[in-house]
Design a protein around this ligand. Structure first.
Ligand code: SAH
Length: 380
């Protein structure tokens, strides 16, 4: 299935579910400058040779970008002045500016960044025992329309270019440089559906994973999708060692499509078939994310149904106590019911964990800060 078909299927759903479709801006769109961070090493080499420079300069530029993490092209002191000017003319080094930086009691830091065209995105840094993990955004808004999620309020404004995703990590790493720490893990679980911006997401992965790039190991990176089936096959065929998560949230088709309109475009059985293909092709287990919502999908019977549904799939279930979104109706399941749900899954042999909550005091769930701070942008 090609991208046009996918767009159509998602667009139909968006219209059906009365989410706002991608807005065709009436006024002229600001020209976005390409970010230098968008380029894979091979693309940068190619660009250089096309511009009369030696390909090996790409390695030097990568070193300035990802090892020394300079904030200006002028700091790239082993490049000729003309090359620096040429880079400046063609690329932006900075496309994000920090609008808000909020620090939680537990060390979680949430950033609201402004893009070149004025839109804003969120990035979250979480402190764990095993390291520093960053949650990145892939789109301005989202068109998937999950009924419990703040990121989809206001629909999709635009895709992020790869460099805008990479720069989120670079910016946070620059902050950590000051205290001698490192971003060790990445989760692609911020605003947006990464598989709806597939090519840019892939370039992002290639840059952050490359040993001359940010050199973050594939096993330390997790990508999460709401379930765009054709892209799951494509991703499986990339044969990467990246952790893969699927937002499931329900134990059957009917319940799932109520929570996630995307389930009407890609049915649950198609989704699970793609997941099985993924586990077979990569040899890796998949992580099912399951947000617990009081009275919706959180009874022990539902847990049993879920255990039956995923039986035989090499997987792990991550239970998420849902974050309350004022614009949405759902309420978080009580602690005792979360434990009962977990126990019922364990009893049936399912690997299960409960996601530890971080940054609750700073609205750190996907899309929450942007929704709070930028009402104008969402209703625009
Ligand atoms: N679009 C991708 C990735 C971003 S969301 C996806 O759907 O997987 C990352 C996770 O947060 C998803 O599992 C999503 O369903 C979940 N999520 C969305 N809204 C939430 C909320 N209000 N509380 C808790 N988790 C939420």
């Amino acid at each position: 299935m090609d991208q046009n078909n996918i767009n159509e299927r998602i667009q139909d759903l968006v219209e059906e579910t009365e989410q706002k479709p991608v807005r065709r801006e009436k006024k002229e769109k600001p020209q976005l400058r390409e970010s230098i961070y968008s380029l894979r090493l091979d693309e940068l080499q190619q660009w250089l040779t096309e511009h009369g420079e030696k390909a090996f300069r790409a390695g030097q530029i990568y070193e300035w970008l990802y090892e020394k993490r300079v904030k200006s092209f002028d700091d790239m002191s082993n490049l000729s002045k003309s090359l620096r000017e040429n880079l400046k003319e063609h690329f932006a080094l900075t496309t994000l500016s920090t609008l808000i930086k909020q620090e939680s009691k537990d060390g979680t830091i949430k950033f609201l960044f402004q893009l070149q065209d004025g839109y804003s995105i969120e990035t979250v840094l979480m402190r764990h025992e095993y390291g520093n993990s960053i949650c990145v955004t892939t789109q301005v808004g989202c068109r998937i329309g999950c009924t419990f999620c703040a990121s989809t309020l206001g629909g999709l404004k635009r895709h992020l270019m790869a460099g805008e995703i990479v720069e989120q990590v670079v910016k946070v790493q620059q902050e950590l440089d000051e205290v001698g720490e490192r971003v060790s893990h990445i989760v692609i679980m911020g605003i947006g559906e990464p598989f709806d911006n597939y090519d840019n997401m892939m370039n992002f992965l290639k840059v952050v994973n490359h040993d001359k790039g940010l050199n973050i190991g594939a096993r330390h990176i997790t990508v999460s999708t709401s379930g765009i089936v054709p892209k799951i096959y494509k991703f499986a065929d990339e044969e990467l060692q990246i952790n893969f998560a699927v937002s499931l949230h329900a134990p059957n088709q009917e319940a799932r499509q109520k929570l996630m309109p995307i389930a009407r475009a890609y049915k649950l059985d198609e989704l699970l078939e793609a997941v099985r293909y993924y586990t077979k092709k990569t040899g890796r287990r998949v992580s099912f994310e399951y947000g617990l919502m009081a009275g919706e999908n959180d009874s022990v019977e539902v847990a049993e149904e879920l255990a039956d549904l995923i039986k035989g799939i090499k997987c792990h279930v991550n239970l998420i106590p849902i974050n309350y979104v004022p614009e949405r109706d759902y309420i978080r399941t009580s602690r005792s019911s979360i434990f009962a749900f977990e126990k019922a899954l364990k009893k049936r042999g399912v690997n299960v964990t409960i996601r530890r909550e971080q940054g609750a005091d700073i609205a750190a769930a996907c899309g929450q800060l942007r929704a709070q701070e930028r009402q104008d942008e969402i209703s625009r």
